[in-house]
Design a protein around this ligand. Sequence first.
Ligand code: ADP
Ligand code: ADP
Length: 228
Amino acid sequence: TARISIRGLSKFYKDYLALDRVDLDVRKGERIVVLGPSGSGKSTFIRCLNRIEPHDSGVLMIDGRVIDDRTDLTALRGSVGMVFQNYNLFPHLSVLDNCTLAPRLVRGVGTSDAKATARRYLSQVNIAEQADKFPIQLSGGQQQRVAIARALCMNPEIILFDEPTAALDPESISGIVGIMRDLTEQGITTVCVTHEMGFARHIADRIVFMDRGAVLEITPPEEFFTAP
Ligand code: ADP
Ligand code: ADP
Protein backbone atom coordinates (compact mmCIF):
# COMPACT_ATOMS: atom_id res chain seq x y z
CA THR A 1 0.00 0.00 0.00
CA ALA A 2 1.05 3.60 -0.59
CA ARG A 3 2.73 5.46 2.23
CA ILE A 4 0.74 8.56 1.25
CA SER A 5 -2.50 8.28 -0.70
CA ILE A 6 -4.31 11.42 -1.80
CA ARG A 7 -7.61 11.58 -3.68
CA GLY A 8 -9.44 14.74 -4.72
CA LEU A 9 -7.79 16.84 -2.02
CA SER A 10 -9.13 20.40 -1.97
CA LYS A 11 -8.52 23.34 0.33
CA PHE A 12 -10.05 26.80 0.48
CA TYR A 13 -8.82 29.96 2.18
CA LYS A 14 -12.23 31.62 2.66
CA ASP A 15 -13.54 31.45 -0.93
CA TYR A 16 -10.13 31.13 -2.60
CA LEU A 17 -9.45 27.62 -3.92
CA ALA A 18 -5.82 26.98 -2.95
CA LEU A 19 -5.80 23.21 -3.66
CA ASP A 20 -7.94 21.86 -6.45
CA ARG A 21 -8.71 18.12 -6.32
CA VAL A 22 -5.15 16.83 -5.99
CA ASP A 23 -4.52 13.09 -6.57
CA LEU A 24 -1.19 11.46 -5.71
CA ASP A 25 0.19 8.19 -4.35
CA VAL A 26 3.65 8.17 -2.81
CA ARG A 27 5.62 4.96 -2.16
CA LYS A 28 7.78 4.19 0.84
CA GLY A 29 11.20 5.79 0.43
CA GLU A 30 10.18 7.85 -2.56
CA ARG A 31 11.45 11.41 -3.02
CA ILE A 32 8.77 13.71 -4.40
CA VAL A 33 9.58 17.27 -5.45
CA VAL A 34 6.77 19.78 -5.83
CA LEU A 35 7.45 22.53 -8.39
CA GLY A 36 5.28 25.36 -9.65
CA PRO A 37 4.99 29.14 -9.77
CA SER A 38 4.80 31.20 -6.60
CA GLY A 39 1.28 31.05 -5.21
CA SER A 40 0.42 27.79 -7.00
CA GLY A 41 -0.35 25.99 -3.71
CA LYS A 42 2.88 24.06 -3.09
CA SER A 43 3.22 25.07 0.56
CA THR A 44 -0.46 24.59 1.18
CA PHE A 45 -0.21 21.10 -0.28
CA ILE A 46 2.62 19.88 1.95
CA ARG A 47 1.11 21.62 4.98
CA CYS A 48 -2.04 19.56 4.44
CA LEU A 49 0.03 16.35 4.70
CA ASN A 50 0.66 16.86 8.42
CA ARG A 51 -2.51 18.86 8.91
CA ILE A 52 -0.87 22.18 9.73
CA GLU A 53 -3.60 23.12 7.24
CA PRO A 54 -6.73 20.95 7.36
CA HIS A 55 -8.14 20.07 3.93
CA ASP A 56 -11.78 20.79 3.12
CA SER A 57 -12.61 17.83 0.90
CA GLY A 58 -11.10 14.72 -0.58
CA VAL A 59 -9.26 11.93 1.21
CA LEU A 60 -5.76 11.89 2.67
CA MET A 61 -4.37 8.58 3.94
CA ILE A 62 -0.99 7.99 5.58
CA ASP A 63 -0.01 4.32 5.80
CA GLY A 64 -3.60 3.32 5.16
CA ARG A 65 -5.06 5.49 7.90
CA VAL A 66 -7.46 8.31 7.04
CA ILE A 67 -6.27 11.73 8.25
CA ASP A 68 -9.18 13.90 9.30
CA ASP A 69 -10.44 16.00 12.20
CA ARG A 70 -10.33 12.98 14.52
CA THR A 71 -6.64 12.31 13.88
CA ASP A 72 -4.28 12.64 16.86
CA LEU A 73 -2.19 15.56 15.61
CA THR A 74 0.70 14.92 17.98
CA ALA A 75 1.09 11.39 16.67
CA LEU A 76 0.62 12.55 13.06
CA ARG A 77 3.30 15.23 13.36
CA GLY A 78 5.66 12.68 14.87
CA SER A 79 5.31 10.36 11.89
CA VAL A 80 5.14 13.20 9.34
CA GLY A 81 7.96 15.60 10.26
CA MET A 82 8.54 19.00 8.72
CA VAL A 83 11.66 20.99 7.95
CA PHE A 84 10.80 24.64 7.49
CA GLN A 85 12.41 27.14 5.13
CA ASN A 86 13.63 29.34 8.00
CA TYR A 87 14.57 26.25 10.08
CA ASN A 88 12.31 27.27 13.03
CA LEU A 89 14.92 26.23 15.61
CA PHE A 90 14.35 27.30 19.21
CA PRO A 91 16.86 30.16 19.62
CA HIS A 92 17.19 29.83 23.40
CA LEU A 93 18.08 26.11 23.23
CA SER A 94 21.38 24.49 22.26
CA VAL A 95 21.53 22.33 19.16
CA LEU A 96 21.34 19.21 21.33
CA ASP A 97 18.38 20.53 23.33
CA ASN A 98 16.57 21.53 20.12
CA CYS A 99 16.78 17.85 19.16
CA THR A 100 15.77 16.36 22.50
CA LEU A 101 12.87 18.66 23.40
CA ALA A 102 10.04 17.01 21.45
CA PRO A 103 11.09 13.40 22.16
CA ARG A 104 11.22 14.23 25.88
CA LEU A 105 8.07 16.33 26.14
CA VAL A 106 5.87 14.67 23.52
CA ARG A 107 7.08 11.08 23.66
CA GLY A 108 8.24 10.91 27.27
CA VAL A 109 11.71 9.66 26.26
CA GLY A 110 14.24 9.88 29.09
CA THR A 111 16.85 12.64 28.87
CA SER A 112 19.88 10.40 28.41
CA ASP A 113 18.15 8.27 25.74
CA ALA A 114 16.97 11.41 23.95
CA LYS A 115 20.51 12.83 23.99
CA ALA A 116 22.02 9.60 22.67
CA THR A 117 19.50 9.53 19.81
CA ALA A 118 20.08 13.21 19.06
CA ARG A 119 23.85 12.74 18.90
CA ARG A 120 23.41 9.84 16.50
CA TYR A 121 21.31 11.91 14.09
CA LEU A 122 23.49 14.99 14.49
CA SER A 123 26.41 12.76 13.44
CA GLN A 124 24.42 11.44 10.48
CA VAL A 125 23.99 14.99 9.17
CA ASN A 126 27.60 15.80 10.09
CA ILE A 127 26.94 18.48 12.68
CA ALA A 128 27.65 16.62 15.94
CA GLU A 129 30.59 18.92 16.81
CA GLN A 130 28.14 21.83 17.12
CA ALA A 131 25.86 20.06 19.62
CA ASP A 132 26.47 22.55 22.43
CA LYS A 133 26.20 25.69 20.27
CA PHE A 134 23.11 27.85 19.87
CA PRO A 135 21.37 28.26 16.51
CA ILE A 136 22.56 31.86 16.06
CA GLN A 137 26.17 30.63 16.16
CA LEU A 138 25.62 28.40 13.10
CA SER A 139 25.52 29.09 9.36
CA GLY A 140 22.28 28.62 7.43
CA GLY A 141 23.44 25.27 6.07
CA GLN A 142 24.34 24.08 9.55
CA GLN A 143 20.98 25.21 10.95
CA GLN A 144 19.23 23.37 8.14
CA ARG A 145 21.07 20.18 9.07
CA VAL A 146 20.09 20.64 12.72
CA ALA A 147 16.47 21.05 11.62
CA ILE A 148 16.71 17.75 9.72
CA ALA A 149 18.31 16.00 12.70
CA ARG A 150 15.59 17.38 14.95
CA ALA A 151 12.92 15.94 12.65
CA LEU A 152 14.75 12.58 12.56
CA CYS A 153 14.77 12.37 16.37
CA MET A 154 11.00 11.76 16.25
CA ASN A 155 11.63 8.71 14.05
CA PRO A 156 9.31 9.89 11.25
CA GLU A 157 8.15 7.85 8.28
CA ILE A 158 7.79 10.95 6.14
CA ILE A 159 9.62 14.28 6.17
CA LEU A 160 8.20 17.36 4.44
CA PHE A 161 10.63 20.05 3.28
CA ASP A 162 9.53 23.61 2.49
CA GLU A 163 12.19 25.27 0.31
CA PRO A 164 15.10 23.59 2.13
CA THR A 165 17.77 25.20 -0.03
CA ALA A 166 16.32 28.72 -0.23
CA ALA A 167 18.99 30.37 1.92
CA LEU A 168 21.91 28.04 1.17
CA ASP A 169 25.16 28.29 -0.81
CA PRO A 170 25.90 25.61 -3.46
CA GLU A 171 28.14 23.58 -1.15
CA SER A 172 25.47 23.40 1.55
CA ILE A 173 22.90 22.46 -1.09
CA SER A 174 24.95 19.47 -2.20
CA GLY A 175 25.18 18.45 1.47
CA ILE A 176 21.38 18.52 1.69
CA VAL A 177 21.14 16.44 -1.50
CA GLY A 178 23.33 13.77 0.11
CA ILE A 179 21.31 13.80 3.31
CA MET A 180 18.01 13.46 1.45
CA ARG A 181 19.38 10.45 -0.43
CA ASP A 182 20.46 8.89 2.89
CA LEU A 183 16.95 9.38 4.27
CA THR A 184 15.57 7.32 1.41
CA GLU A 185 17.96 4.50 2.20
CA GLN A 186 16.51 4.48 5.71
CA GLY A 187 13.06 4.05 4.14
CA ILE A 188 11.98 7.61 4.88
CA THR A 189 9.67 9.20 2.31
CA THR A 190 10.29 12.86 1.48
CA VAL A 191 8.09 15.50 -0.11
CA CYS A 192 9.96 18.67 -0.93
CA VAL A 193 8.83 22.06 -2.22
CA THR A 194 11.56 23.96 -4.06
CA HIS A 195 12.24 26.62 -6.68
CA GLU A 196 15.71 25.25 -7.43
CA MET A 197 15.56 23.30 -10.67
CA GLY A 198 19.06 21.84 -10.28
CA PHE A 199 18.25 20.61 -6.80
CA ALA A 200 14.92 19.18 -7.97
CA ARG A 201 16.62 17.32 -10.77
CA HIS A 202 19.18 15.81 -8.40
CA ILE A 203 16.83 14.53 -5.74
CA ALA A 204 13.44 13.84 -7.33
CA ASP A 205 12.15 10.37 -8.09
CA ARG A 206 9.07 12.15 -9.41
CA ILE A 207 8.20 15.78 -9.95
CA VAL A 208 4.72 17.05 -9.17
CA PHE A 209 4.08 20.25 -11.10
CA MET A 210 1.38 22.52 -9.69
CA ASP A 211 -0.37 25.56 -11.08
CA ARG A 212 -3.27 27.46 -9.50
CA GLY A 213 -3.83 24.79 -6.89
CA ALA A 214 -4.02 21.88 -9.34
CA VAL A 215 -1.50 19.19 -10.20
CA LEU A 216 -0.82 19.51 -13.93
CA GLU A 217 1.83 16.84 -14.30
CA ILE A 218 3.53 14.01 -12.37
CA THR A 219 6.69 12.88 -14.13
CA PRO A 220 10.20 11.54 -13.55
CA PRO A 221 12.78 14.38 -13.66
CA GLU A 222 14.40 13.11 -16.86
CA GLU A 223 11.09 13.67 -18.65
CA PHE A 224 10.26 16.89 -16.86
CA PHE A 225 13.58 18.50 -17.77
CA THR A 226 13.58 17.36 -21.39
CA ALA A 227 12.19 20.00 -23.74
CA PRO A 228 9.26 18.61 -25.76
P1 ADP B 1 3.21 28.44 -3.00
O1 ADP B 1 3.78 27.63 -1.89
O2 ADP B 1 3.10 27.68 -4.29
O3 ADP B 1 3.88 29.76 -3.19
P2 ADP B 1 0.97 28.78 -1.21
O4 ADP B 1 0.46 27.44 -0.90
O5 ADP B 1 1.84 29.47 -0.21
O6 ADP B 1 1.69 28.74 -2.63
O7 ADP B 1 -0.24 29.74 -1.51
C1 ADP B 1 -1.24 29.44 -2.48
C2 ADP B 1 -2.23 30.58 -2.51
O8 ADP B 1 -2.95 30.59 -1.29
C3 ADP B 1 -1.57 31.95 -2.64
O9 ADP B 1 -2.43 32.74 -3.43
C4 ADP B 1 -1.53 32.45 -1.22
O10 ADP B 1 -1.56 33.86 -1.14
C5 ADP B 1 -2.78 31.84 -0.62
N1 ADP B 1 -2.62 31.57 0.82
C6 ADP B 1 -1.63 30.83 1.40
N2 ADP B 1 -1.80 30.76 2.72
C7 ADP B 1 -2.92 31.47 2.99
C8 ADP B 1 -3.63 31.77 4.18
N3 ADP B 1 -3.22 31.32 5.38
N4 ADP B 1 -4.75 32.52 4.08
C9 ADP B 1 -5.17 32.96 2.88
N5 ADP B 1 -4.56 32.72 1.72
C10 ADP B 1 -3.45 31.99 1.78
P1 ADP C 1 5.52 30.88 0.50
O1 ADP C 1 5.10 31.50 -0.79
O2 ADP C 1 7.00 30.82 0.68
O3 ADP C 1 4.84 29.58 0.77
P2 ADP C 1 4.24 33.13 1.70
O4 ADP C 1 5.22 34.24 1.91
O5 ADP C 1 3.29 33.14 0.57
O6 ADP C 1 5.07 31.78 1.71
O7 ADP C 1 3.39 32.92 3.04
C1 ADP C 1 3.97 32.99 4.31
C2 ADP C 1 2.86 32.75 5.34
O8 ADP C 1 1.76 33.65 5.12
C3 ADP C 1 2.28 31.36 5.27
O9 ADP C 1 2.03 30.92 6.60
C4 ADP C 1 0.98 31.49 4.51
O10 ADP C 1 0.03 30.55 4.95
C5 ADP C 1 0.56 32.90 4.89
N1 ADP C 1 -0.14 33.55 3.78
C6 ADP C 1 0.24 33.58 2.49
N2 ADP C 1 -0.63 34.24 1.74
C7 ADP C 1 -1.59 34.68 2.59
C8 ADP C 1 -2.79 35.43 2.44
N3 ADP C 1 -3.20 35.87 1.23
N4 ADP C 1 -3.54 35.69 3.53
C9 ADP C 1 -3.14 35.23 4.73
N5 ADP C 1 -2.02 34.53 4.95
C10 ADP C 1 -1.26 34.24 3.89
